[in-house]
Design a protein around this ligand. Structure first.
Ligand code: SF4
Length: 110
């Protein structure tokens, strides 16, 4: 079952969403996560009501391709857009803490 296979990714999303961002409202990754969510909300695969067959947590916004809860998936920094798993160009990529910190610093000067 893919939920078991992806357990560490799910835990990473939960960790950032409900622990890291809760205690640090100015965390560097918050803008990155907001940006990912905005992209997902415009995507034709976005399942706003979480009704599709793959969705585990029914009734919550999800990715229609993988069934993941959007709030947790986008907060998993090492996760990427599900289109990549389909062999297509992803709408957003995985990132590392170091990479995102550098990108955030660069964006401040643009
Ligand atoms: S993860 Fe990718 S495919 Fe899924 S809703 Fe977001 S942008 Fe669309």
């Amino acid at each position: 079952m893919s939920i078991w296979k992806n357990k560490w990714k799910i835990l990473e999303g939960i960790w950032y969403n409900h622990v890291v961002f809760f205690f640090n409202k100015k965390h560097w990754a918050i803008n990155l996560v907001k940006h990912r969510r905005a992209i997902c909300q415009e995507c034709p695969h976005f399942d706003k009501h979480g009704f599709s067959e793959l969705v585990v947590l029914k009734g919550l916004p999800a990715c229609g391709l993988c069934g993941c809860n959007i709030n947790e998936k986008t907060a998993c920094l090492s996760c990427h857009c599900s289109l990549k798993d389909e062999g297509k160009a992803p709408k957003w990529e995985a990132t590392t803490e170091k990479q995102a910190r550098v990108e955030n610093q660069i964006q401040k000067y643009l």
